[in-house]
Each structure stands twice: as structure tokens, then as C-alpha cells.
Write a protein that binds this ligand. Structure first.
Ligand code: PGA
Length: 237
């Protein structure tokens, strides 16, 4: 595990973007595992900047996103498909057909999970997976629970997650109660993992995840076993 502590969000974003850019340069048709939330926005902005300056080419890049709210389609401005289009995909030369987000409108979430895992396998797996971390230690939407769940699956969101994400919606009542998330298997099988965290409020859960016991009650703690984990964080006051 490599931990890079930065002083500011901007620095965190720049360091994270460098790793993703390096991956794209190394393998132009790489598979990026992408995340939503407030944390990666600056990272995506930096990638867009390098693209606009002519230094980064997304034309052959493929991507898979971690998760999607149940019941929201890509037109909904709270969906994670919309988020990705808005913050990254519409701003670079990636082929939208090569970008993948779980289908939040799937009538059979179990079948959607199986389809998504087969898709990831058919792409040859994820080269580098970006992760944020929730205040409860979730990664993707893998919430604390009695067991690590391996495949892509539907989850009931934790009340603390609903509360944390309510800031993006008109009210907490509008936050979907369920989501489809890549499971711990899909995440752990990525060849590299890049965990980013910002803000002093994330420090405790980050320390617990990286140095505490490995337990499904803190899903991110499983990352301790990943052979190629980089953590970039701006969590000091
Ligand atoms: P945030 O969310 O980036 O908005 O803090 C992180 C997460 O819940 O995974």
C-alpha cells in the first residue's frame, strides 16, 4: 500500500489524475473503473484539462462505473450516468459506447448484476479502479454488513449514506433507497486501486479502513489485502 497525503483537495486531485493519465498513456485502450461523488470531481477536471491541451487521448479508453441508483435513468440529473457524462465523458473524446454504468432501471437487478460482471470480464478486467470512501466505510455502495458480497448486486442504502447524499437532492426523502453496486469481488480484482479521500471528516474512517481489523463492518478494510493500492488523501486539518 502506498499512501500519499496532500495538503489540499487540488493537490489530491492532481496526484490522482496523474495516476489515471499514466494508465491511459501506458495502455491507450485501458479499462478505467470510475467513481462518482464529490471527491473525484477535481480529478476529472484535471483529466479534461490535459485532454483540452492535447496531452491525453481517450479515444480507445473503456470504462466501467462502480454503481447506480435504482430507479433513475441516465436522463435524471441525479443519476450516476448523468454525473459521468457531465463531469467527464461529454468533455473528452471517449466513445460513449465504451462507457458503462450499471442500469438503475433494470427490472431484474440480479440479472443486471450478472450482466455487469460478465461485461467486466469480457473487457479483460479493470486496469485501475478509482474509489471514494463513505463515512461508514463503504466503497462503491458496499455498505457495512455481516459479509463481503462478491458480485455486482442490489443494496439497501445505509441511513448514513442517504443522509450524506441528501445534499445532492431536494431532500433526503428524494434519495433512492436502493442502488446497484459492483461487489467487493469486482473491486478487489482490479489490477490497481486508487482510493481518494478528502476532508478532515474522512480521516477516522480512512485510518480505521487502512490500519484497523479487516471486517465487512468496514468494507474498505478489505483493501488492505489488495496488492496494488494507492491512497491519496487530503484529510488533515
Ligand atoms: P463523496 O462520496 O466523494 O461525495 O464524499 C464518497 C462515497 O460515498 O463513496
Amino acid at each position: 500500500m502506498k499512501v500519499i497525503r496532500t495538503k489540499t483537495y487540488e493537490e489530491m486531485s492532481y496526484e490522482a489524475a496523474k495516476l489515471l493519465a499514466a494508465q491511459i498513456v501506458l495502455r491507450p485502450d485501458c479499462v478505467l473503473g470510475l467513481a462518482t461523488g464529490s471527491t473525484p470531481i477535481g480529478t476529472y477536471d484535471q483529466l479534461v484539462k490535459w485532454y483540452e491541451e492535447g496531452n491525453l487521448d481517450f479515444s480507445a479508453v473503456r470504462s466501467v462505473n462502480l454503481d447506480e441508483y435504482c430507479g433513475l435513468d441516465g436522463e435524471n440529473d441525479q443519476s450516476y450516468r448523468y454525473f459521468m457524462d457531465h463531469h467527464l465523458f461529454n468533455r473528452v473524446n471517449i466513445d460513449k459506447a465504451n462507457t458503462n454504468v450499471p442500469n438503475g432501471k433494470a427490472v431484474d437487478p440480479e440479472a443486471e448484476g450478472a450482466r455487469y460482471d460478465e461485461l467486466i470480464a469480457s473487457l479483460g478486467g479493470v486496469d485501475i479502479q478509482v474509489l471514494g470512501i463513505g463515512y461508514d466505510g463503504h466503497i462503491g455502495f458496499n455498505e457495512p454488513g455481516p459479509a463481503f458480497i462478491k458480485p455486482t448486486h442490489m443494496v439497501e442504502l445505509d441511513p448514513s449514506t442517504i443522509e450524506a447524499n441528501a445534499r445532492f437532492f431536494a431532500s433526503a426523502d428524494d434519495v433512492p433507497r436502493q442502488a446497484i453496486t459492483m461487489g467487493m469481488g469486482g473491486i478487489m480484482q482490479a489490477r490497481k486501486i486508487l482510493l481518494i479521500a478528502n476532508g478532515a471528516g474522512k480521516k477516522d474512517i480512512l485510518m480505521k479502513s487502512l490500519y484497523g481489523p479487516i471486517t465487512p463492518e468496514v468494507p474498505a478494510s478489505l483493501l488492505q489485502l489488495h496488492p496494488d493500492l494507492t491512497v491519496i488523501c487530503a484529510v488533515d486539518e
